[in-house]
Design a protein around this ligand. Structure first.
Ligand SMILES: Nc1ncnc2c1ncn2[C@@H]1O[C@H](COP(=O)(O)OP(=O)(O)OP(=O)(O)O)[C@@H](O)[C@H]1O
Length: 339
């Protein structure tokens, strides 16, 4: 079992426009812990920095600051070599993540051999079939011979999940794992991930736009806005009793995750997809204040993390830190609150 701790994770990107070069902060001081058997959901609209967090955990991007530490139950740190076995990704687009020229068997056999998990051809073949059976792809021998284009989208994503398990994953980062799949099969794939998580005691980071599945499939939810975590807490608490004005608007737009609702959300917020702040460090204030129905002068100063309930934290000046709201309810801050 592996615990993954993310501490103060920060990512700046360089942007070039003509001769001018600027930097902007896509992820700003994000911290959380993934523990075996639990799911943390990272939610937020497009551009809030969720995938950049995932890519840093998968070591596809190097953090500008902060660290990512994987630890075994005995407290020893997982070294670089083992990290790649322990921490596996499931991406949004299963077609892009599978090679069209290779069979399913090839996709699964490769990590097994690479990580020394099987001995000889027969052992590899049997283990590939067992992996396919675990993700409900049967008859396994038949599926193993197929190429990605001979499978449906849902089947391809199941292959991608089996491939994540092949090296002996302990931590799975699932970045929008069902958003490209037909609505009718999404729950099946998410239920599969949940079962595998229970069976293997996996630590899971589930990245999604969809608050309904975030609530159903995760223990804790972190809400990101412009690179920062603005609210975090037990899944039910965050969705049923959202405290940050941004989470309230998200929750109000939530019932279905389709594009129509994203448009509604954009309309509600009056915004384009969020990006990070263009001048990291130069704008210390709350990133949401330009769009916040409850913005106050003090929001120009960076808000602190405040506890608003057991394990429920919010980064907002409306909350003075002693559990009382700074303003009475009904002043507009509850506008987006679900009934
Ligand atoms: N390599 C890069 N170079 C420059 N900017 C980048 C790079 N990768 C991401 N960004 C920017 O960083 C911000 C965060 O992007 P990210 O993909 O992490 O957001 P997201 O919340 O995952 O969005 P989505 O749900 O659309 O994937 C965006 O403004 C994006 O344009």
């Amino acid at each position: 079992m592996t615990t993954l701790e993310v501490r103060g994770l920060t990512k700046d990107f360089s942007l070039r426009s003509g001769l001018r070069q600027s930097r902007f902060r896509a992820v700003d001081d994000v911290s959380f812990t993934l523990t075996p058997g639990r799911t943390v959901a990272l939610v937020g609209e497009s551009g809030s920095g969720k995938s950049t967090v995932a890519r840093m955990i998968a070591r596809l991007e190097r953090p500008t600051a902060g660290e990512i530490v994987a630890t075994r139950p005995d407290g020893t740190r997982v070294g670089d070599r083992d990290y790649r076995d322990h921490v596996q990704m499931v991406f949004q687009d299963p077609f892009a993540s599978l090679n069209p020229f290779h069979t399913v068997e090839h996709h699964l056999a490769r990590p097994l051999k690479l990580h020394g998990r099987t001995k000889g051809r027969e052992d590899t073949r049997r283990t590939v079939e067992q992996l396919l059976e675990r993700v409900n792809l049967t008859p396994a021998a038949d599926i193993a011979r197929r190429r990605p284009h001979e499978l449906s989208g849902g089947q391809r994503q199941r292959v991608a999940i089996a491939r994540a398990l092949a090296p002996g994953a302990r931590v799975v980062v699932a970045d929008e794992p069902v958003s490209m799949l037909d609505v009718s099969i999404r729950l099946g794939v998410l239920n599969l991930l949940a079962r595998l998580q229970r069976e293997d005691d996996l630590a899971v980071l589930y990245i999604t736009h969809d608050l309904a599945t975030a609530r159903h499939f995760s223990d804790e939810i972190l809400v990101m806005y412009r690179g920062r975590v603005v609210e975090r807490g037990p899944a039910d608490e965050v969705i049923l009793n959202p405290r940050h004005p941004y989470t309230r608007i998200l929750a109000a737009a939530a019932p279905d995750p389709e594009a129509r609702d994203r448009d509604r959300l954009r309309e509600a917020l009056g915004l384009e997809p969020a990006g990070g702040s263009t001048l990291p460090g130069d704008d210390p204030g709350c990133a949401f204040r330009d769009r916040c129905p409850s913005a106050m002068e003090i929001c120009a100063r960076r808000p602190e993390d405040v506890a608003v309930g057991p394990d429920h934290h919010v980064t907002c000046r409306l909350y003075p830190g002693d559990g009382r709201d700074a303003r009475p309810a009904g002043d507009g801050t509850t506008a987006g609150r679900p009934a």
